[in-house]
Ligand binder design. Structure first.
Ligand SMILES: [Zn+2]
Length: 412
């Protein structure tokens, strides 16, 4: 392991110790651990010689400025929030590699034809406020002020969470990079799937990112005594939700070549063993590489939910929280990345579709995007077992250094 890879693995370890939960890694947006991680990232970026600031949404941003007039921005980014019971690599790997890439260019006094930005996004997973890509939406100028009213499980609004640690919600729109000022975006991420392990490759290109729709579904029935209410006189919200959830599974299985569907989060009332549940609110997450097909599936599932609610006399609410069309990675950036992979001595290069969403989805609304995947053992992620080896990380760093060198050559 060379010194740089050693520094990266040590930092990954260090960051993984910053958690809001004693027993596992959990770092949601706007918590004490999240704020501590932000401060540590700022220290590392300053040590790398970047101009560092934290924007109004807690995105840590470090810039190496170009001396050229009218230089545009090239951004390398990933996120530092995590899911609950997370692994050490999802998000932080891309950030820490980004800092390392910038540090080499700074130490070599490289003349940059673009402003190189390293962006540590404050919220990508959306675990607390159900707002995926929140951090990157700020840079892309796509932050929706309606999100400020969203609440977490303790009824704290996003607006309150922002103001506790990061800043003034009024200033969020000033933190964007103007659409015409983007040159491109690059993100390094663990694959979160098994293809690289199967192909025995350390890294690969991402060709596109699947389309994703997130819905919040609520079912309202009537709470009643579990002992005295006969089965035929119940308006059980959980039974309605359960019937629907199995329908989601069936639909996913029917189209398994091109669709996945998941209900991963659920709250219910009164959550007591002897009361018939009157209220259930759950998530729905559906994804496909084909955006039009996914919209069709969303309609079908909504239809099915309406049918179930009518049959069972349950009030239904269907709220689309997020709808992201599929993203195609930029063909030119991909060519440069492919060339870089070859130059570091990897002859076989494959391209895969990302089923997982990434900040690149949000940035793609304003800039050409590119992504590199790094092998993670058995494709496991969102899990403490998540692992990428130092050897593979070293390859990702070499490829990325080469990629930046090629881009600098091209734009100089
Ligand atoms: Zn991630």
């Amino acid at each position: 392991m060379n010194n740089r890879t050693e520094r990266i693995t040590k930092r990954l370890e260090q960051l993984s110790l910053i958690s809001d939960d004693d027993k596992c890694l959990s770092r949601f947006f706007g918590t004490p651990a999240h704020n501590e991680a932000k401060n540590l990232l700022m220290t590392w970026m300053e040590a790398a010689g970047l101009l560092v600031f934290c924007d109004s949404l807690g995105n840590v941003r470090g810039v190496l400025k170009s001396n050229q007039q009218n230089a545009k921005h090239f951004v390398i980014g990933s996120h530092y929030d995590t899911v609950y019971n997370a692994g050490n690599f999802d998000g932080p790997l891309g950030i820490i590699l980004g800092i390392e890439i910038a540090q080499r260019l700074k130490e070599n006094n490289t003349e940059l034809p673009f402003h190189l930005n390293i962006a540590c996004f404050s919220d990508e997973e959306g675990s607390r406020f159900n707002t995926a890509y929140l951090g990157s939406s700020v840079l892309a100028g796509n932050f929706d002020t309606d999100w400020l009213l969203r609440t977490d499980d303790c009824n704290v609004t996003l607006s309150e969470a922002i103001e506790t640690y990061y800043g003034n919600v009024e200033a969020i729109s000033n933190d964007k990079i103007l659409e015409g000022d983007w040159l491109g975006y690059y993100e390094i991420h663990i694959e979160q799937g098994p293809v690289l392990c199967k192909e025995n490759l350390p890294i690969c290109l991402v060709s596109n990112i699947a389309s994703q729709i997130r819905v919040e579904v609520t079912w309202e029935g009537i709470s009643a005594h579990a002992g005295t209410s006969p089965m035929y006189l119940r308006d059980d919200a959980l039974c309605a939700a359960s019937e629907f959830i199995l329908e989601v599974e069936k639909t996913g299985q029917k189209h398994q070549e091109k669709l996945v569907g998941t209900v991963g989060k659920m709250n219910m009332l009164s959550n007591t063993s002897n009361v018939i549940p009157a209220f259930v609110c759950h998530s729905l997450d559906i994804r496909s590489a084909d955006s039009d097909f996914l919209i069709e599936i969303q309609d079908q599932l909504q239809h099915k939910a309406i049918e179930i609610s009518k049959k069972r006399n349950i009030k239904l609410s269907w709220k689309v929280m997020q709808m992201n069309p599929a993203v195609i990675c930029d063909s030119h950036l991909k060519d440069v990345l492919r060339k870089s992979i070859k130059k570091v001595g990897i002859d076989k290069s494959i391209e895969i579709t990302s089923g997982a969403g990434h900040d690149a989805v949000m940035i793609s609304k304003v800039a050409p995007v590119s992504m590199l995947f790094v092998r993670c053992t058995d494709g496991i992620s969102h899990n403490p077992e998540e692992y990428a080896s130092p050897e593979d990380i070293e390859v990702a760093l070499k490829v990325s250094d080469q990629f930046l060198d090629e881009l600098i050559k091209e734009f100089n």
